[in-house]
Write a protein that binds this ligand. Structure first.
Ligand SMILES: Nc1ncnc2c1ncn2[C@@H]1O[C@H](COP(=O)(O)OP(=O)(O)OP(=O)(O)O)[C@@H](O)[C@H]1O
Ligand SMILES: [Mg+2]
Length: 480
């Protein structure tokens, strides 16, 4: 398997590589430019020196005699020789008046040789040679003679010049090194900033895989993609944790709920088998009731499981809540009449996109609870309205109410405020869990308020408008 390199090192290395290329490129380019400029400068300087000597020579010209004083020619020539220039002065007829080569041939050759050696040593490929330039000496507009200046060309760099170039190059190298160091440092810092949140996300997913759901969300890095990764991992963790919890509780709850009817059935059937009881209608219908209860429980659980399964879609269509409510209330009328409880519907709500059958189930469960808890002379009121972007349904009754200790748990599956009474009336404690699952699947909320002895109110908020439930999470949330 190919060995993987840590992101941190990869990023740092690439930073250093880019810096190396840049620094190298810039150094080479500036070095080249500098060298060229400097050579031009030296050549120009040489030309200036030549002209200076020609000037000195022409100042010595005496127009009255038409000649140059030999002694001054010699002192100019010797001074020029000391500055690395070999001069030869001729008069108007071309006769040589003074020649450095003649004056000190040995010195001239030694000097040229040492210059050539110096340049060869510093620049091994340097193509240099002795060069000569001729300048006329003018008196007025008439040619009084000529000066030939010989030197080592095309240019010669003295020790000072070389030292100057050396300093510049060292400066460039220093800047390059500092840049490299800075690039490596910035690379490492950047790499840490990027790799740390990724490492954290990896750590979190590994913990999730072991079934250990981290409490703390991964830290935000300020980098969009990394923050999204952190959000995704956190979301995954919460979701899996919830699923895990649901699965475990479901098993425990179901076992608990099955135990009671099974014990009753077993006891009764054993009594029948032992001949303690007769298999008469009364006993058999008791057994039948238990079986019906079990069947209902299984059906309810099935319904809840399907609702909580996020892959089951809702069958949405425009729903008129007022019509849906009146229709549902109508089916409760006979029972309400029998119990002496009045049911009233008032208000209007905007049409919503929803699964009508499931919303009917919500109303049935809420109404059946209210009807169960409300005694003769009591009343149930359903109020439809609108709150912000939500359609609101309130189901209010004047029943027994729910104690503050029970209130937070009524939406939990199998939770019954008064188990003995509720099991008598056949409830398994699933109705409100189904209500909550349906409402939440629509993107809404359901809450309960109650005053024990005076009644309860269940409030359902459902988002309305096209694709309201699909709206971004940053959109308006149902008020808590
Ligand atoms: N309107 C209400 N008034 C008083 N108590 C209520 C009301 N609604 C719910 N409760 C309490 O909340 C508990 C849970 O209600 P839920 O509808 O989930 O279960 P259930 O009615 O007992 O059984 P199921 O609905 O499964 O037949 C009830 O047992 C009851 O104690
Ligand atoms: Mg119920």
């Amino acid at each position: 398997m190919k060995k993987s390199l840590k992101l941190k090192w990869k990023l740092s290395l690439s930073y250093v590589l880019v810096a190396l290329l840049l620094v190298g490129g810039v150094s080479l380019f500036s070095n080249f430019l500098l060298q060229r400029q400097f050579e031009q400068y030296i050549i120009q300087k040489q030309n200036e020196k030549n002209r200076e000597i020609v000037n000195q020579v022409s100042q010595q010209y005496d127009p009255s005699t038409g000649s140059f004083p030999a002694s001054s020619l010699e002192s100019i020539g010797v001074a020029a020789l000391e500055r690395g220039m070999i001069i030869r002065v001729s008069d108007g007829s071309g006769r040589v008046l003074w020649d450095a080569m003649v004056h000190n041939n040995g010195l001239c050759h030694r000097m040229l040789q040492s210059m050539a050696d110096d340049m060869k040593k510093r620049y091994p490929g340097f193509q240099g040679a002795y060069e000569e330039k001729n300048y006329p000496v003018l008196s007025g507009s008439r040619a009084a003679g000529s000066v030939s200046v010989g030197y080592y060309g095309p240019f010669y760099l003295s020790d000072n010049d070389t030292a100057f170039i050396g300093t510049l190059n060292r400066g460039l190298a220093g800047v390059g090194l500092i840049s490299l160091f800075a690039a490596a440092l910035v690379g490492l810092l950047m790499a840490r900033r990027i790799s740390q949140p990724i490492e954290q996300a990896i750590g979190m997913t590994e913990r999730i895989a072991r079934g250990d759901y981290p409490e703390k969300a991964p830290a935000r890095s300020g980098t969009l993609e990394l923050d999204r990764l952190a959000d995704a991992v956190e979301g995954l963790s919460r979701k899996l944790e919830r699923q895990d919890l649901l699965r475990r509780r479901m098993t425990a709850d179901v076992a608990h709920e099955l135990r009671t009817p099974l014990t009753v059935l077993r006891g009764n059937i054993e009594a029948l088998l032992d001949g303690v009881w007769q298999a008469d209608e009364q006993h058999l219908s008791g057994l039948h009731d238990e079986i019906l209860r079990l069947t209902r429980l299984v059906a309810d659980l099935d319904k809840l499981a399907r609702l909580e399964d996020e892959s089951t879609p809702l069958e949405k269509s425009p729903v008129d809540l007022a019509a849906l409510t009146s229709g549902t209330v109508l089916s409760f009328e006979p029972k309400a009449l029998e119990k002496g409880v009045s049911i009233r519907v008032s208000g209007t709500a905007p049409p919503i996109e929803a699964d009508g059958d499931k919303l009917r189930q919500v109303l049935i469960n809420l109404l059946s609870n209210s009807l169960k808890s409300t005694g003769r002379g009591g009343g149930i009121r359903i109020l439809l309205s609108r709150e912000g972007r939500f359609a609101k349904i309130e189901v209010e009754d004047t029943g027994t109410g729910i104690s503050p200790e029970d209130l937070p748990y009524v939406f939990e599956r199998f939770y019954r405020a008064d188990p003995s009474r509720s099991s008598q009336s056949g409830g398994a404690g699933i109705g409100l869990s189904v209500v909550r699952a349906i409402v939440e699947k629509h993107g809404g909320t359901v809450t309960a308020q109650s005053e024990p002895g005076h009644g309860s109110r269940f409030t359902v908020l459902l988002p309305y408008g096209p694709d309201a439930a699909l709206k971004d999470e940053t959109e308006e949330q149902p008020p808590e």
